[in-house]
Design a protein around this ligand. Structure first.
Ligand code: SAH
Length: 249
């Protein structure tokens, strides 16, 4: 049984790659996949690429070419929910594509052909991932990032939104979040790939779970916060959370 570990950026993947036992490189569909063992479990490591289409291609390749039994996404995201701060960790229950709009034919944000606005993640795999994230935060992860007021990073679970836009302005973030909230969809974090992978996994019936560390607040400081975070903190979180997860799978 092979678990795919998807990351968006090489900075997020680098810590996992150096630990891969008997690494085997496979180039396919313009991407590099790494097969091997991590903590005694068969894995394939891959970079999703940036944005929904790139991530969907990678996810489909993982299923079709590598026959993976499950896909786990580890990455970073912009925190938009109340109290979701830089250094916090969010595990997705479900996803919405914030830039999908076929209204009035369908409800705004709904991908035609799928039930409802929200694309669900796998409940059991997400529960494993939440436990792994919380073990990480209660252990070494507590020291990975310190907010200016000294409050320790927290774990959140809920809705994430994906779309083909890096959100770096408070006004855009509000315009994205508020109509969703008014329709009953309280988005915790925004990124650019997860909903596409969730959709592909629903198509193939492959369990999917996603964890994102908050690198920025999707506001006017995001372009400064984001690169600093991915260079120093992101891969340490990915490393520890994946380690805790693979131990329990
Ligand atoms: N500098 C990168 C591109 C970064 S795009 C490169 O050269 O390849 C931002 C990535 O981080 C995406 O993978 C997205 O999923 C995530 N992300 C983090 N903060 C985000 C935000 N505020 N808005 C959207 N995506 C964000």
């Amino acid at each position: 049984m092979t678990t795919a570990i998807l990351s968006a950026l090489s900075e997020e993947q680098s810590g996992l790659l150096v630990q891969l036992v008997q690494p085997q490189r496979v180039d396919h569909a313009g991407r590099t996949f790494w097969q091997g063992e991590l903590h005694g479990k068969r894995v394939v490591l891959a970079l999703s690429g940036i944005g929904k289409v790139a991530a969907a291609t990678t996810a489909a390749a993982l299923v079709e070419r590598f026959g993976v039994a499950r896909i786990v996404f580890t990455g970073v995201a912009g925190g938009v929910g109340e109290g979701v701060r830089v250094g916090d960790v969010v595990v997705a229950h479900d996803y919405v594509q914030h830039d999908m709009d076929v209204s009035p034919l369908f409800e705004r944000w709904q991908v035609p052909g799928y039930a409802g606005v929200r694309l669900p993640c796998d409940t059991a795999l997400s529960a494993h991932l939440s436990r792994a994230a919380s073990d990480c935060l209660e252990g070494a992860g507590a020291g990975f990032y310190t907010n200016s007021d000294g409050v320790a990073p927290r774990l959140h679970q809920g809705l994430m939104a994906s779309g083909d836009r890096f959100v770096t302005c408070a006004q855009v973030s509000r315009a994205l979040r508020e109509p969703l909230l008014a329709a009953g969809h309280d988005v915790l974090a925004v990124e650019m790939e997860g909903a596409a992978v969730a959709q592909v996994c629903l198509d193939y019936g492959v369990p999917f779970a996603a964890v994102r560390t908050i690198s920025d607040r999707a506001d006017d400081d995001a372009h400064v916060d984001f690169p600093a975070f991915i260079q120093t903190v992101a891969s340490r979180y990915a490393d520890h959370i994946v380690h805790h997860l693979l131990k329990t799978l």
